[in-house]
Design a protein around this ligand. Sequence first.
Ligand code: SF4
Length: 295
Amino acid sequence: MDYIRTKTIMTKSENGKLWFGIDYHMNLYRGCNYGCIYCDSRSEAYHIVNFEKIVSKVNALEILEEELASKQYKGVVSFGTLSDPYNEKEKKYKITRKALELIKKYEFGVSIDTKSDLILRDMDLLKEIQKRNNVIIKISITTYDDNLAKFLEPNVISSSKRFEVLNTLRENNIYAGLLMMPILPFVTDTKENIQKCIQLAKESDAKFVYTKMGMILGKRVREYYFQNIDRLYPGLSQDYESVYEKRNVCNPLKYRELLEFFVNECNRNHILCDMSEIISDYKKKFPVKEQISLF
Ligand code: SF4
C-alpha cells in the first residue's frame, strides 16, 4: 500500500444537522477499491487521480490521537465520507480498527458508512464505544437485486449479505440502518426497488432508511458512469443527457411521487426516514450539549 503524510485528520462538520448529526469528518484512507460505477468520490472536486488505488495516511493514527486528546467537545466522528473505511486493505492494516480504539479511549462517538461485512470484526469496539457515546452505522445498499448490485458495485459483497450485516449489527444492539443512496434515474428509481429495500430493512430490524432520491454526476463521475451504464443498458447515457443535460444533480423524473411513496412505506413499516428524527433517536442516550465554541 502507498502512503502519504497528513497534517490533520479530523475536520469540523459545518452542518451536522443535515447529515446524521456528525461533528467531525475523517478519512483514514484515500481511494477505494469497491468500484461503484456511480461513486461521487471520483469527482474532480476531490482531486484524487487514481481513485481505485488505496492510499493510507502514514501518520494518521498519531495525528488522530493528538486531535482527540485536544478537543473539548467529544462529538460524533464520521468514518468514510469519501472512501469506505472497510476497504480491501483494512483487513490487513487495521487502520480503521486502531482509530476506533482511539475513539473508545477518548470517549468520542462514531458514525460509519460502509458496504463491507468487515465492520462485524469491530463489533467489540462498537459495543464499548456506545457505552459512553453515540454510535450510528449506515449500511449502504442501492438495490435489493443482487445481480444488478454486482454490476453497479462490482467489488462489494451482495446486497443480500449487506442486509445480513445490518441484521447482525442490530442483533448486537448497535444502532444501524440502511443508506439507500444514490437512487439512479432509469435504473433503481422504481417503486418495486424502494418497497423491497424497505421491506428487507424492516426484516433486518433497521432503525432507519435514508435516501436523497437522486444522484450527483460531477465531472469525471459522469464519464465513468456513462461508460459503464451503457454496457448494461446500451444508449442509456443519451437519455440522461437529453433529460439532465450537463446538470450535476439528477433526480428521478417522478421525484415527488417516489419520495412520497418512500416516506409512506417507511411510515407503514415504522422505520424512521427523516434526518432530524434519526439524529434525535440515535443520540437520545447521550443527548447533544450546546456546542458553540467548544471545537
Ligand atoms: S464503496 Fe463508497 S467510496 Fe467505495 S467506490 Fe463505492 S461509493 Fe465509492
